[in-house]
Design a protein around this ligand. Structure first.
Ligand code: ADP
Length: 598
């Protein structure tokens, strides 16, 4: 930009210098010419005055004429302020103020004389032979002059005056030029600065834009071409910024998607280096992105089979799917999809690995098949005993009436158990598959608990177990009454079953007040017994299907091992929670919390 400015200034200075020089030369020439012209005029006039005071018609011999004119010339020298020469019509010098006419040659051929011959006056400027300075010669012809008479009067004047005048003019011009030069440099600097400054600003902004500062703008003040350029740069910056914004928005969206994807994504480029790893993948392989990005895939400390799988896809460039058990950082079954990826120009660009955590799915499948195995096993036991006792009866035990009766009782009990078991299994599968929606209605808790306890009374009475309740009046909750009863009955019958004779089972309902408000959003339902309790190690598992602390005891109490599973599911359906506390030998307490309104 400085170069441009200097160039501008040089051009300005050169142009003005040249034009001032040209103007100077022109005026000097003009001045010289006009001075010489006026000199010519005045000298002509002088010659005529001289002629008027002379006897120009005088004739005679040469010596006589020379005597007269030479004397006159000498006298006129001072008043004319010039060299005076009288020349005869034939060119002979008759008199001269400065020289002896006898030494002077014929002047007929002198330019001014030739010029004046036949005209009024003639002029010539040339170096004087004697004085060696520029002289102006003005000659005026005497009309009708004959040979032997005065033909021309000539005045000669040195041009030193004109020269010094022109020199003074030049000096003046030079000083003027110098001043002008300074002024022009100053002005052109300002003009150039004014021109280049906005350009510099535009350049700075353009530079910033190339360095990705898209927010930089040119302050546009003028409406000229530079203003338009600034405006164009700003528009360009606007559109660049908009594009960059859009790109970065897309990028952050993509990044968000990638980071929040539950599937793990790993990208490996064609140089076999890991270039991308999302959060789920970090979690799956147990390494942070910063630890593995840039590394080769086989340097990332991964299970051998996994590395082999990637290597295979890198070799064959074909999609591979597999499932693998990972032990680190957590035991997990991962589904692995390794796919070759194509770049923009349809060129092979590496592989993409997609990891899905299928642990829960596989566990569920395992649980399903285990459930089927369990169910078959559970069903087999009562069926085997029904079959066994029936066989024994058929083999002859029927004859012994007492034995037959006790066997039939066992067969009846076992089929009853079978019935219960099938009922529970069906119930559980119905609840689990959520095929039966809950029928919510307001339930008045006090009445509800009284009724439920009533159902269980005869059962409790058999073991002389006391049933107690503590429920505030006028307490309502929104629930499916039948399902709620199923929950309480299951827990009560467990309480009765696992409490020795003479024990106690108590049902308590209380509001769960939040803050100081008398209103409450949840209620707490507690069923506590004074029974045998559950060992600490079994507590986490008692809600599992078919889980029993003591198989034999459960069987003798007629349990199926499904009761608590059903309870747990029903509580979940009511958006409630269930917890258990127990102390072996002291008793067990189940605490359920339910929302009042759904
Ligand atoms: P079951 O039909 O065998 O009672 P549940 O699912 O109802 O099956 O209970 C699972 C196991 O939890 C029972 O076998 C029993 O060992 C234990 N259990 C449940 N309730 C009680 C309780 N109130 N006191 C002691 N043990 C209990």
């Amino acid at each position: 930009m400085n170069q441009f400015r200097t160039r501008l200034i040089v051009i300005f200075v050169l142009l003005t210098g040249l034009s001032v020089l040209a103007a100077g030369i022109f005026t000097a020439k003009l001045l010289e010419k006009s001075y010489i012209d006026s000199l010519k005029d005045s000298m002509q006039r002088e010659i005529r005055l001289i002629a008027a005071g002379l006897d120009t018609r005088r004739s005679g011999n040469q010596a006589e004429l020379v005597g007269y004119y030479n004397e006159e010339a000498k006298q006129l020298r001072d008043s004319a302020g010039a060299r005076v020469t009288f020349i005869g019509a034939d060119g002979t010098v008759l008199g001269d103020s400065d020289h002896d006419p006898a030494t002077m040659d014929n002047h007929k051929g002198r330019n001014e004389i030739v010029d004046a011959t036949g005209r009024t006056a003639g002029f010539s400027i040339r170096k004087s032979d004697t004085l060696h300075t520029d002289m102006l010669y003005v000659a005026v012809a005497m009309p009708n002059a004959q040979n032997g008479q005065l033909g021309f009067i000539r005045l000669a004047m040195g041009l030193e005056n004109v020269d010094s005048l022109v020199r003074a003019q030049w000096l003046f011009l030079l000083v003027g030029l110098l001043i002008l030069f300074v002024v022009v440099v100053g002005v052109s600097y300002r003009v150039a600065y004014g021109l280049t400054r906005p350009l510099e600003k535009i350049m700075r902004v353009a530079n910033q834009i190339t360095h990705m500062n898209y927010r930089s703008r040119v302050p546009v003040t003028s409406k000229d071409e530079i203003g338009k350029l600034g405006h164009a740069i700003n528009t360009m910056a606007d559109s660049l910024q908009a594009q960059v914004d859009r790109i970065s928005e897309n990028e952050s969206q993509l990044k968000n998607v990638l980071e929040n994807l539950l599937s793990g994504i790993i990208m490996i480029d064609k140089n076999e280096r890991i270039v991308l790893l999302n959060r789920a993948a970090e979690d799956f392989i147990g390494f942070g992105a910063d630890e593995v990005i840039g590394k080769k895939f086989d340097e990332a400390k991964q299970p051998f089979e996994f590395v082999q799988l990637i290597g295979e896809c890198l070799d064959t460039r074909e999609h591979i799917r597999d499932e693998m058990l990972f032990y680190y950082p957590e035991e997990r079954i991962l589904e692995i999809n390794v796919t070759p990826i194509m770049g923009a120009d349809d060129e092979w660009a590496g592989v993409l690995i997609v990891l899905h955590n299928i642990t829960a799915m596989r566990r569920l499948e395992r649980m399903r098949s285990e459930f089927v195995a369990n169910v078959s096993h559970e069903l087999k036991t009562p069926i085997a005993s029904v079959k066994g006792f029936a066989e024994t009866l058929l083999a002859g035990a029927l004859d012994d009436k007492e034995t037959a009766k006790s066997f039939l009782k066992i067969i009846f009990d076992e089929s009853e158990r079978l019935n219960r078991l099938i009922g529970d299994i069906l119930e559980l599968s119905k609840i689990e598959s959520k095929r039966i929606p809950l029928q919510f209605s307001p339930v008045e808790m006090k009445g509800f608990v009284e009724q439920t306890l009533h159902v269980m009374r005869s059962e409790a009475a058999k073991k002389r177990i006391e049933l107690e309740m503590s429920v505030p009046a006028d307490m309502y909750i929104e629930a499916d009454e039948d399902r709620l009863r199923q929950i309480v009955i299951n827990l009560l019958s467990n309480g009765i079953a696992y409490t020795p004779e003479g024990g106690k089972v108590k049902v308590t309902v209380e509001p769960l007040a939040t803050g100081v408000e008398p209103e409450y959003e949840r209620i707490r339902l507690t069923i506590a017994d004074t029974g045998i309790g559950i060992p600490r190690k079994d507590l986490p598992r008692i809600f599992e299907r078919f889980y029993r602390v003591d198989k034999a005891r459960s069987r003798s109490s007629g349990g199926t091992g499904l009761g608590l599973s059903i309870v747990k599911h029903l509580v979940d359906l009511h958006k409630g929670t269930i917890a258990v506390e127990s102390e072996v030998g002291l008793g067990t307490r189940f605490t359920i919390e339910l929302p009042v309104i759904h």
